[in-house]
Design a protein around this ligand. Sequence first.
Ligand code: ZN
Length: 102
Amino acid sequence: MTNAKKKLHTCLYCQNEIKGRSDKKFCDANCRSAYHNQTANNQEHYIRSINKQLRANRSALKKACPWGKATVRKDFLKQLGMDFKHITHTWKSAHRNLYFFC
Ligand SMILES: [Zn+2]
């Protein structure tokens, strides 16, 4: 065993000792989130990931409705990669139907 493998394995965020797999970088999901949210670079990464999902949503809508307005099952859109948590705006019709936009 090399010296590097004997080295104490610590969390990148809180510096506590990590138990479990040797390739783990954080104690738990909370430390991972806190670490990734602490730098501007990671904020950019977060924004990019949202834009990526919005593009995926637009792509799913385009595949499901290639000729524009259509009625499509929510599950079908989810299968195509649509994530309904990532939208740009909503609109409620006079008939109280709620429309989601990307
Ligand atoms: Zn930690």
